[in-house]
Design a protein around this ligand. Sequence first.
Ligand code: PLP
Length: 388
Amino acid sequence: MQTARRIAALPPYLFAEIDKRVAAAKAAGIDVISFGVGDPDLPTPDFVVEELARAAHDPSTHRYPSYFGLPDLREAIAAFYQRRFGVTLDPGTQVLPLIGSKEGIAHLPWAFVDPGDPVLVPEPGYPVYEVGTILAGGEPVYVPTSADEGWYPNFARVDRGTADRARILWLNYPSNPTSAVATLDQFEQAVRFAADHDLLLAHDNAYSEITYDGFVAPSVLEVPGALDVALEFGSLSKIFNMTGWRIGWAVGSEVAIEALGRVKTNIDSGIFNAVQRAGVAALQSGMRHLPGLVATYQRRRDRIMDVFWDAGWKVEAPKGALYVWLPTPPGESSVAFTARLLKKAGVVVAPGSGYGPSGEGYIRLSLTIPDSRLEEGCERVRKALLGA
Ligand code: PLP
């Protein structure tokens, strides 16, 4: 039996590698504390679970959902955009519910990319932009970013010919893995670049509500004219601790919504209606749970930063997302430092090199681990770094 060449072209899934290492350490009797995966440890708010339970008892939710999502959900997403970003969306043509944002991100290239077409993928970045491109037969073209430039692409350095041929430019702020945030001015540059090169700007805003120190993350759609060239992805996963539920959305350009919707109607049957109703309850809740959630992550971020600051790291605390992104000690690679922390502290972190070549020399720690484990992990890392 022979598998397809496109499978061979996929990079190994980073967390599969991490899982293997964790399993090996556990088998060796180490009490491993994982700062690896960004999957909220806190539960979904009760009122959302209760709405799911109510809706699940209504047999009308048991049938195939509508391909395009419940009208109530589309309206709730549009209302969220109006309230939060001041962006007016037509729920009928500019909003598309997704089975988690990852689903839409992975499928978008099927709607925009013909075999061989370039897709501009800033790196280090969330691996699905690259993988989705490869599966659709496109060619991911890395756009390197660096700490010096705030982990934001320098569009002047992108080859003009490639930009003209490219079909999609991906962006993601607040960013996984770098935790960098972007301003509306930076999004303006991206919208202009997309319009100049006639490509789709696809912005992944999955962490829009998880920001610190008073920073408020903008939407790319706030930029005048963005609705003609941009699509933005969002999700309840991180905002409401709902990663297991699989509910997200794409909003923006009507052309892009129609094209992505056309792909999806051919290959999936939408989100369980009861989950959609719970999603409506979440979006209409006024986000009262958010200040507490963000305060928890900010406290955890500060705890981790203190460990590394005490050990001599001279970096700023991140302003968004669920990660602390840190340079490795001089001369030590991402993988070597990751292996040292596992060996010396029994702590798992993600090697930055797994997110693209420019992630070499960095590690990522996730803030989604319970406080007691975080405390223990921080103490162990502190001892390992200070040699105490
Ligand atoms: N986008 C980014 C940047 C992510 O880090 C993740 C998940 O970790 C996703 C999208 C996928 O989220 P969802 O659960 O909505 O599929």
